[in-house]
Design a protein around this ligand. Structure first.
Ligand code: MN
Length: 468
């Protein structure tokens, strides 16, 4: 007989309403959702009175094992997914780093399958990364989608930034094939100039990092992508790590004009931290060195407003480096510091506490942003992202009465700091269930490496019309 669990009497966040009820799990799936389900023989009963049941969190932007050439992100697919699970995330979609120059599109997918297999504790998928554009790459986008990779990332900056024409070809192919194109939008030319200029002038302290990557450089690149996607027939476009008000205004404007298949992601750091952290004494600012950088309090405010509708998902861009041995590489020159910060475990607790408990977003919207929308956009719905009969039994039980202080010591990522050290949160994931297996049970972890599965994802269903 398959293992069975009955979760009794919690507030179940369903798709259209929240109901006080029970959830029965048989094997890896949800078998029933309802009121007063009678216990069956051999079932484990979890008492969820006073607690909230949400579908397991989905983090669509992580960088486990990211290899920068000179250093590597400190979490691998074991430590990173353990941290994720502790924080209520049961699925990730990782963004692979670049492969060797000239490598075919499937090179990094194959490499990442090898990195994740035998290690991941929760389920996972990968986005593809487009380093060059040619006929072979465009064809492979379609065939790799058949192998469960229907989303790709392009960069408008860094080593493998694509030309305008190449981005356009990718967008056309995405429109044709029902693929989602994620973009890292920053104006490469201006950022490159500013960085070099600051270094020449000896302005190498962490506080010059945000000044070298102005919000306008992000907004301009977002707008460019929006227009190109529109020109490509409203190609499916996903703006990653949106950090500022002007970028959000561009997205809003495109939506007002009727542009379809347009989506935006932000991250907890852009909602909760601002650029004053770069002014901290010593090298502390390096802990927050990421791209795009943290912005102004006004930007944070507008992003919170955006969560009500114009922003679709909250992911982490989890990309941890040890402060003592990796981030401090930038102590005499911020341009030498690996860019990125941890956050995979803190996402759900922070957004629940700062968003739901402080009444800035509804419980339903919180679930949309952290689970349901990522499941839909990345082609895993309704297998993931919903508490529904037949769906994977990925369930997180949040106890809203628990108070916790986030500290690096109590968190689980393989890194020596948290960007949220000392933050007090109200409400915490107390039980974390992945495909019917309890991974976190009131403070005890029992997930084994390799139990996480690759989740083949589906293409997007697109509308036939476009606004272009
Ligand atoms: Mn990233």
């Amino acid at each position: 007989m398959q293992a069975a669990i009955l979760i009794k009497g919690g507030l179940v966040v369903g798709e259209d309403k929240e109901v006080q009820g029970d959830v029965r799990i048989i094997g890896e799936r949800i078998a029933a959702v309802g009121k007063d389900l009678p216990p069956e023989k051999g079932e484990e009963i979890i008492d969820a009175q006073g607690k909230i049941l949400i579908p397991g969190g989905i983090d669509g932007h992580t960088h486990l094992n990211l290899d920068l050439g000179f250093t590597r992100a400190s979490d691998d697919f074991y430590t990173g997914t353990v941290a994720a699970a502790w924080g209520g995330t049961t699925t990730i979609v990782d963004h692979p780093g670049f492969g060797p120059a000239g490598c075919p599109l499937d090179h990094q997918i194959t490499a990442y399958h090898a990195l994740a297999a035998g290690k991941a504790v929760i389920d996972y998928g990968f986005h593809g990364v487009i380093q060059q554009v040619d006929e072979q790459t465009l064809d492979r986008m379609g065939s790799l989608a058949d192998e469960g990779i229907p989303s790709y990332k392009v960069y408008l900056t860094y080593d493998y930034k694509l030309s305008d024409g190449d981005v356009y070809r990718v967008l056309k192919q995405a429109r044709k094939q029902g693929l989602l194109i994620a973009v890292h939008p920053e104006n490469d030319g201006i950022v490159g100039y500013l960085r070099a200029q600051f270094v020449r002038e000896g302005k190498t302290a962490p506080r010059y990092h945000p000044l070298s990557r102005p919000a306008v450089c992000e907004a301009e690149a977002i707008n460019r992508m929006l227009l190109w996607a529109n020109l490509a027939g409203d190609a499916p476009l996903y703006i990653v790590h949106l950090s500022n008000e002007r970028g959000l205004a561009c997205i809003r404007d495109a939506r007002k004009r009727g542009q379809q298949h347009l989506y935006a992601e932000t991250c907890p750091q852009y909602l909760l931290l601002d650029d004053r952290v770069y002014e901290q004494p010593g090298d502390e600012g390096l802990k927050y060195l990421m791209c795009p950088p943290l912005r102004k309090p006004e930007d944070m405010e507008s992003l919170w407003e955006g969560l009500a509708g114009d922003i679709d998902t909250v992911a982490t861009d989890h990309c941890p480096f040890f402060f003592a041995t990796q981030k401090l590489r930038g102590k005499d020159d911020f341009t030498q510091c690996p860019s990125g910060a941890p956050g995979i475990e803190e996402r759900i607790p922070l957004l629940f506490s700062e968003g739901v408990m402080k009444k800035r977003i509804s419980l339903r919207r919180f679930v949309d942003l952290c689970s349901t929308n990522p499941a839909k956009l990345f082609g895993m719905y309704p297998r993931k992202g919903v508490i529904r009969e037949g769906s994977d039994a990925d369930i997180v039980i949040i106890d809203p009465s628990v108070k916790k202080v986030l500290t690096q010591k109590a968190l689980h990522a393989q890194v020596d700091y948290s960007a949220y050290e000392g933050w007090e949160v109200q409400g915490y994931p107390e039980w974390v269930i992945s495909r019917g297996e309890v991974l976190v049970r009131e403070g005890v972890f029992s997930g084994s490496p390799g139990r996480g599965k690759f989740i083949p994802r589906k293409r997007m269903a697109l509308n036939n019309t476009s606004s272009g």
